[in-house]
Write a new protein. Structure first.
Length: 255
């Protein structure tokens, strides 16, 4: 079983590593994309990154100063978003590290697919960014089915804990011989099931931590997840969608 998750915009560099750094599978492609961005004007980068001037300046400096093969940080440590905070890889045991190295894969606009120990540098490039590369109008076109093929080469069961922006790069190419399961984390609000982005990120990170802690390898075992007051709900689920809802009744609010 391979678990796919999204990256995070916020990144850090760490000099001390708890594992040996490896090179990403699509390293050459990442270098190509980065060179493309290095040739762009500041205003075009600002539009590409959909950010303010300060963030754009910071990331343009990263393009200028950072080298793709130096001062690298393992991917799962480099990302600092909410999902990664709840995953808490900094306190993983040896068995948890072994688990995520085998099962966890991070989808990335720049690197394509990353293993937890793959060395990365801080960057900004979301999968939905409109970066034109040759005949390819955007990153979805550039990556094509390569990310899916890499996942399928490793395993025929994929657990999707990624956002739609990233899972979209995989789902278009799914074949019948691959079992693809998406986990949905929601709650009842005014009689409807609603998914809140921040809480979903928390739950995804918590699930990765839980999966690694319990060494989960079979899809049916995932249904036992009950962290952060979530529980599996059979009546809303299917073979390809596992729905987890909050068990504690919260004050209703308008979404």
């Amino acid at each position: 079983m391979k678990i796919i998750i999204s990256p995070a915009k916020k990144m850090q560099r760490k000099e001390e590593e708890v594992f040996e750094i490896t090179r990403p599978v699509f390293y050459r492609e990442a270098c190509c994309l980065r060179e493309q961005m290095k040739q762009m004007e500041f205003e075009d980068l600002k539009v590409l990154w959909s950010c303010n001037e300060k963030i754009a300046r910071e990331n343009q400096e990263r393009l200028r100063l950072y080298e793709m093969d130096k001062n690298l940080t393992g991917a799962v440590i480099a990302y600092e978003g909410i999902q990664y905070q709840y995953m808490a890889p900094q306190v993983f045991t040896d068995s948890q590290w072994a688990y995520v190295k085998e099962h966890l894969r991070i989808l990335s606009g720049l690197y394509g697919i990353l293993r937890p120990q793959d060395g990365v540098i801080p960057y900004r490039l979301e999968m939905q960014a409109k970066l034109q590369i040759g005949e390819h109008k955007d990153l979805y076109s550039f990556w094509g089915d390569r990310l899916y093929r890499e996942l399928k080469r490793e395993d025929r069961t994929i657990l999707n804990l990624a956002s739609k922006e990233y899972s979209k790069a995989i789902e278009k190419y799914l074949e019948k011989d691959v079992r693809y399961i998406t986990c949905i984390f929601g709650e009842h609000i005014q009689g409807k099931i609603k998914v809140k982005a921040t809480k979903a990120k928390m739950a995804r990170g918590e699930m990765v931590r839980w999966l690694s802690e319990n060494q989960i390898k079979e899809p049916e075992e995932i249904k036992n997840f009950h962290e952060l007051e979530y529980e599996f709900r059979e009546e809303y689920s299917s073979d390809r969608e596992f729905v987890f809802l909050k068990t504690r009744k919260e004050k209703e609010e308008v979404w």
